[in-house]
Design a protein around this ligand. Sequence first.
Ligand code: PGA
Length: 262
Amino acid sequence: MRVIIEADAAAAAATAADFIAALVRRKPDAVLGLATGGTPVSCYQLLIEMHRQEGLDFGQVRTFNLDEYVGLPATHPQSYHRFMQEQLFDHVNLQPERCQLPDGVADDLPAACAAYEAAIREAGGIDLQLLGIGTDGHIAFNEPGSSLAGRTRVKHLTAETIRDNARFFGDEASVPRLAVTMGVGTILEARCCLLLATGAHKAEAVRAAVEGPVSASITASALQLHPDVVMVLDEAAAGELQRSEYYKMAEAAERTRSAAAE
Ligand code: PGA
């Protein structure tokens, strides 16, 4: 696991955006796994700037989002469909037919989940999956206790997640109780996973994910089993890590080495 600790949230977002942009430049038809929530917003803003100012081209890129609330149509202001539209899709040249999110209003949700998995496979799999982390250690909506081999399916949200997400809905009562989410098994099949976490409220979940045991109680800890994971943190989110000096030393050495190789 590569752990990158940046000084602040803005620097962490820039590092995450640079990873995504480098992939899109290297592989113009890359398949990106995208995330919603407060954390990726500044990363998406930087990608929009790169598109506008440097012509970063998303014309052939495909995207798959991690999750969507059950019962919210794409037009609902708090749906993740709408979030992606407003935060990224409307501002870059992604082709609408190449951008998919799980369907939270399908009549047959299990069939829609299976179709989503099939669409990811047919696209050749996800090259880079952007992830956030919940204060309960979840990735996507894989709440504590989720199978580490799980696939896209419907999950009940924990009280903690409902509380955390109430800020987007105005009150807890309005937060949907169910979501369609990629499983941890789905996520682990991405060729690279990039988890972005900022803020002291994420520090304990980050510590458990990076330095705790692999456990379904902290589903982000399953990333320890993946061979190509980058954790991009700010100082606050890294605040509980025991080995932060080691990660910083290793990252500085890695940057010196790659600068010398260029
Ligand atoms: P946040 O959510 O970015 O809004 O903190 C992260 C998550 O729940 O995965």
